[in-house]
Design a protein around this ligand. Structure first.
Ligand code: DOR
Length: 420
C-alpha cells in the first residue's frame, strides 16, 4: 500500500492525494480506502507516478560490455527512476533479427531490474541497404524500428520501412541527419564552431531529414518518430505536420533542453559535451521548450550513450559522440523545467509515461486497475549534487557533474517488487 502520495497518472487524468494498492504485481485499487497490507509505504509529500519510461537508451550489449550491459544499464535506469527503457539496436552485432530481440528480453529477465523493450534495426546490419526482417523482429518483441546512431540515408528505404511497419503499428524512429551536409563535423555549425576552428554540423542537415521523413510519412500514412529533436526549425516542421494530421511524434533530451554549443568552448573541449545531434543555441533551446509546452514534442528521453573513459579521453575531434543520461534526466528536467515553471509536473509525467507508452504501443505508463504495478515515487524538493562516481552505469561520460539539482526518484517498484 502506497499511502497519501500525490498520485499523478495522466493516462487516467488523475492528480490527487490518495492511496495506491498493489496486489500480486498488479495495480489493485486507487482511492481513499487503505486495505490491510503486507507492506505500507508512507508517501506523504511525495509524487506517485506510473513507472517512468525512457524510450531511447543505448545498453551496448552485445558488443561493448565494457561500457554498459543490460544488467548495469537497467540498474542505472532504476537508480534514475525508470521502470522501463527501450534500447537501440546499434550494438555489435546489431539487433536486426528475432533471436537478438529475444536475447534482450532474456538478459533483462536475468538482471531482474527494469523492463527492457528492444528497438529493432530498420536495415540489415544497420547498413542502410536492405530492410531487416521487420516481421520477425516484431515477433521477437521489437516495439519500434530504428537505425539510430545513423540516419536512414535512402529515401526509398525509408519509404518502404514506413509502409511495412504499418502492418505492426510500430513507429520508424529516425535519427535525422543528412550525412553529406554533416561531412566530418564534430559540433553544431555556428559562431562557436568557427571561433574554435572545429568542423560544424549545420542545423539544416537535421531539418532536411525531418522534412523528408514527414513527407514520406504523409505519403505512406506510416508512423514516424523523430529521435532527439534539436533545432528550432525541426520543431516547427513537426508542429505543422501534426496540424496536418500526419502521424509524427518527437522526443527531446535533457541536454538539448539545457546545454548550448558554448559549453564546448567554456569547458575547454570537454568531450562529455560531444553528442549527436550536437548541442545547439539558446534560441533552439527556447523552441524545444515551447515544443514540449504545446505538445509538439511528446516525450523526453535520455539518449543514454555510454562510452569508456579511454575512448572519451582524447582530442575533441576524434572522441565518440554520446553522453549518459538515465541517472540525470529526472533531476535535470525537474530543476530546469518544472521548478522554473517552463512545464508543469503533469506535462513532465506525461512525457515520461503515457506518451512514450503510446508511441511504442506498450502496456506501460499507467496506474490503471489491473496494470503491471510499475510505480515511481518522486521527492520534488530533495536537493543534491550530481556525482557520476555514484552512478550505477558502467560509464561516466556525464556533462552534468557537479550540478546542484532539486528533485529525484526515491523509490521504484517494478511488477510489485520494491527495487529502490
Ligand atoms: O551521441 C550519440 N551517441 N548519438 C547517437 O545517435 C548515437 C549515440 C551512441 O550510440 O553513442
Amino acid at each position: 500500500l502506497i499511502k497519501n502520495g500525490r498520485v499523478i497518472d495522466p493516462a487516467n487524468k488523475i492528480d490527487k492525494v490518495t492511496n495506491v494498492f498493489i496486489e500480486n504485481g498488479k495495480i489493485k485499487s486507487i482511492g481513499p480506502k487503505a486495505p490491510k497490507a503486507g507492506k505500507t509505504i508512507d508517501a506523504k509529500g511525495l509524487i506517485v507516478t506510473p513507472g517512468l519510461i525512457d524510450m531511447h537508451v543505448h545498453l551496448r550489449e552485445p558488443g561493448k560490455e565494457d561500457e554498459e550491459t543490460i544488467a548495469s544499464g537497467t540498474a542505472a535506469a532504476i537508480n534514475g527512476g525508470f521502470t522501463s527503457v527501450a534500447c537501440m539496436p546499434n550494438t555489435d552485432p546489431a539487433i536486426d533479427n528475432e533471436a537478438s530481440a529475444e536475447f534482450v528480453y532474456l538478459q533483462a529477465k536475468r538482471a531482474g531490474k527494469a523492463n527492457v523493450f528492444p528497438i529493432g534495426a530498420v536495415t540489415k546490419g544497420r547498413k542502410g541497404e536492405e530492410l531487416s526482417e521487420m516481421g520477425q523482429l516484431f515477433r521477437g518483441g521489437a516495439v519500434g524500428f530504428s537505425d539510430d546512431g545513423e540516419p536512414i540515408k535512402s529515401a526509398e528505404v525509408m519509404r518502404r520501412a514506413l509502409e511495412y511497419s504499418r502492418m505492426f503499428d510500430k513507429p520508424i524512429i529516425d535519427h535525422c541527419e543528412d550525412m553529406d551536409l554533416i561531412r566530418d563535423g564534430v559540433m553544431s555549425e555556428g559562431s562557436v564552431s568557427v571561433t574554435l576552428g572545429l568542423v560544424g554540423m549545420p542545423p539544416v542537415s537535421e531539418e532536411i531529414m525531418v522534412y523528408r521523413d514527414i513527407a514520406l510519412a504523409k505519403l505512406t500514412d506510416g508512423k514516424l518518430h523523430i529521435a532527439h529533436i534539436s533545432t528550432k526549425r525541426a520543431v516547427e516542421l513537426v508542429r505543422q505536420a501534426k496540424k496536418g494530421g500526419i502521424k509524427v511524434t518527437a522526443e527531446v533530451t535533457p541536454h538539448h533542453l539545457t546545454l548550448t554549443d558554448d559549453y564546448v568552448k567554456t569547458s575547454d573541449f570537454n568531450t562529455n559535451y560531444k553528442v549527436n545531434p550536437p548541442l545547439r543555441t539558446k534560441s533552439d533551446i527556447e523552441a524545444l521548450k515551447s515544443g514540449l509546452k504545446d505538445g509538439t514534442i511528446d516525450a523526453i528521453a535520455s539518449d543514454h550513450a555510454p562510452h569508456s573513459e579511454e575512448e572519451k579521453d582524447v582530442e575533441y575531434n576524434v572522441a565518440p559522440f554520446g553522453i549518459i543520461g538515465m541517472e540525470t534526466l529526472l533531476p535535470v528536467v525537474l530543476t530546469e523545467l518544472v521548478h522554473k515553471k517552463v512545464i508543469t509536473i503533469n506535462q513532465l509525467v506525461s512525457a515520461l509515461t503515457v506518451n512514450p507508452a503510446r508511441i511504442l504501443g506498450i502496456a506501460k505508463g499507467t496506474l490503471s486497475i489491473g496494470a503491471d504495478a510499475d510505480v515511481t515515487l518522486i521527492d520534488l524538493n530533495k536537493e543534491w549534487v550530481i556525482d557520476p562516481a555514484k552512478f550505477k552505469s558502467k560509464s561516466r561520460n556525464c556533462p552534468f557533474a557537479g550540478w546542484k539539482v532539486k528533485g529525484r526518484a526515491i523509490s521504484v517498484i517494478v511488477n510489485g517488487q520494491i527495487l529502490v
